[in-house]
Design a protein around this ligand. Structure first.
Ligand code: ZN
Length: 138
């Protein structure tokens, strides 16, 4: 194999893994919902801010938030040490937007759940959170 070819292949491999990292949290949540027999829809455009996961039967929407972009108060949500002001403003705006979206959805009668990326490490807890939030054990 030529060197150049190898580099391109590696690059696309990395790109793929970066991409899938962003959505892997959402995929986990979807897997658990499927296991629980919950029907959901994705990114419904007719709802404010296109929630990641929509569960019509329970009138519930789920946002799967990346800790960094949505300013979670955890290790992964820490701001970079350079361009602090830029990141501060950016994340603050994101948080405002989230808050507004949740309010709008709640006004329309939807329950809003937020699942943070860092909270999906423990699948057992995640599953229990979903069971509790959707009142499935009643
Ligand atoms: Zn977090």
């Amino acid at each position: 194999m030529k060197k150049e070819q190898k580099t391109t292949e590696l690059r696309s491999k990395i790109m793929r893994s970066v991409k899938s990292k962003n959505t892997s949290t959402e995929i986990l949540v979807r897997l658990i919902l499927r296991e629980l027999g919950i029907h959901y829809r994705l990114h419904r455009k007719d709802l404010p801010s296109k929630p990641d996961i929509v569960i019509p039967k329970y009138k519930t929407v789920i946002f799967v938030n990346g800790c960094f972009w949505h300013g979670h108060n955890c290790k992964k949500g820490r701001l970079p040490k350079t361009n602090v002001d830029f990141w501060k403003t950016k994340i603050k705006n994101n948080k405002h937007r989230d808050k507004r979206a949740h309010k709008e959805l709640e006004k329309l009668g939807w329950t809003t759940l937020v699942i943070w990326q860092c909270e999906t490490k423990d699948l057992f807890l995640l599953k229990n959170f979903l069971i509790d939030s959707l009142n499935l054990n009643q």
